[in-house]
Write a protein of this length. Structure first.
Length: 438
């Protein structure tokens, strides 16, 4: 392999690396999620149309453009992380995302400056997506490269699921607090701006933790030159790239069509008011972490591939059924909505828990940050676009649950195909992965 042996990291180093990875990813997801929580408010302000579902689709499209930029950000900052290190990349990208998010809160609306408003809004979403893609290059490698083998599945679930939980919980709590501080029309006037401003605060707070974090020992002791992103497209890595993409697209779609779409589903389909909706979202967000930790740890014991296959087989039935069941309740059905929402969240978020470590193990150290960031961001970008397609495929709000169930079933099938065609990677982090040419 040509690399010197990495020294055993201290307990403090492992804890700091794990926390930095999960907090960095969580706060950046929070910045990305803010739009999902204010979509129904921001839509008419920046993308006014005569159709509520078309306005909603346009708003989700602005969310989608940031997702599309994530693979490019992964390639750019992944190369940077493979050259300069995971920790330095983490600091640069996390601060950048916070600034881009805060700037969205300063924008004039369509009523003030016309088409320039949505144009500038989309430009900032593009910049934000580029930087979020770069965050993944560091958060999805730093923690797993630092901890001992027996903890890598758990840390993978902690970063992927914990990051999602932190981002979602903080966004839910922020939404709850801002909704209370700016009730009714005040939220449409100033509340949504405060939501965006909070992104910068989250990024600056995360810097306090990064100061105590050391560089990845595997990266620091590697003496092979970093690879270029285009090497991912070569024969050596082609099959791994394609099967991994199928797996991550399916996992990303399960996440965004459930946890990501839930704020809109509860608001538009179930017509739950902002206050109770925020409380429901807090509880469902809290369920992400235990589900991801359990699935991640099980992948360390039984293997990455078996866990993917079992979770996929469950979700291909469970997710569509749960979505259709939730559609039968109105704003008074808080209890059943909470129960079904928790089940939906647990099942969907178990799907991607082992994905970070799976990607780390599938590619060598010299290409790891680039490959992990490109595949994760590319898969979740395409998966995230499914929310826009669901809205476009729904002529009315009443059509959303049925269309959502169909999209979920199809995406889980893709996830299962990617898992079935992938090889087992558990234990491959310290050695060069065995690749198969296509």
């Amino acid at each position: 392999m040509g690399d010197t042996a990495a020294p055993a990291p201290s307990r403090r180093q492992m804890i700091a690396a794990g926390l930095s990875s999960v907090v960095g990813f969580g706060f950046d997801l929070f910045d990305l999620f803010v739009l999902l929580y204010v979509a129904s408010t921001v839509g008419p302000l920046f993308f006014p149309t005569s159709s509520p579902t078309l306005t909603l689709a346009a708003t989700f499209a602005s969310f989608g453009v940031s997702l599309v930029m994530r693979p490019l950000g992964g390639a750019v900052f992944g190369r940077y992380a493979d050259r300069r290190g995971r920790r330095h990349t983490l600091i640069v990208t996390v601060v950048g995302v916070g600034v881009a998010t805060a700037l969205m809160g300063l924008l004039p609306t369509y009523e003030s400056i016309g088409v320039l408003a949505p144009a500038v809004f989309i430009v900032l979403r593009l910049v934000q997506g580029l930087l979020v893609g770069g965050v993944v290059a560091s958060t999805h490698t730093l923690g797993t490269e630092t901890v001992a083998q027996r903890w890598r599945g758990l840390v993978s679930g902690l970063v992927g699921g914990g990051g999602a939980a932190i981002g979602s919980v903080v966004a839910s709590l922020t939404f709850l607090a801002v909704s209370a501080a700016f009730p009714g029309e005040a939220f449409a006037a100033w509340g949504w701006r405060v939501m965006f401003f909070s992104g910068l605060v989250a990024s600056l707070l995360s810097l306090l933790l990064f100061r105590a974090t050391e560089e990845s020992p595997l990266w620091r002791t590697s003496d092979t030159p970093p690879a270029r992103a285009r090497e991912l497209l070569g024969r050596e890595h082609r099959r791994t790239l394609l099967t991994s993409l199928a797996l991550v697209i399916g996992a990303g779609a399960q996440y965004y069509l459930t946890t990501g779409y839930l704020p809109t589903f509860l608001g538009n389909v179930n017509e739950v008011p902002p206050g109770p909706r925020g409380e429901l979202l807090v509880w469902t967000s809290l369920a992400i972490l235990p589900a991801a930790l359990l699935a991640g740890h099980l992948s360390e014991r039984f293997g990455r591939r078996p866990v993917f296959l079992v979770v996929g087989a469950l979700n291909v039935v469970a997710l569509p059924v749960l979505v259709l069941a939730m559609a039968g309740f109105g704003p008074d059905g808080i209890g059943p909505l909470l129960g079904y929402g928790l089940l939906l969240t647990v099942c969907a978020n178990a799907s991607y828990a082992a994905v970070p470590i799976f990607l780390n193990e599938a590619f060598p150290t010299r290409l790891r940050a680039t490959a992990t960031a490109v595949v994760w961001n590319g898969g979740f970008a395409i998966g995230g676009l499914m929310t826009t397609f669901v809205s476009l495929a729904s002529p009315t709000v009443a059509d959303i649950p049925g269309r959502l169930a169909i999209f979920l079933a199809a995406c889980v099938v893709l996830f299962l195909a990617g898992a079935a065609l992938s090889r087992e990677t558990r234990g491959a982090l310290e050695r060069e992965p065995v690749v198969t040419a296509a």
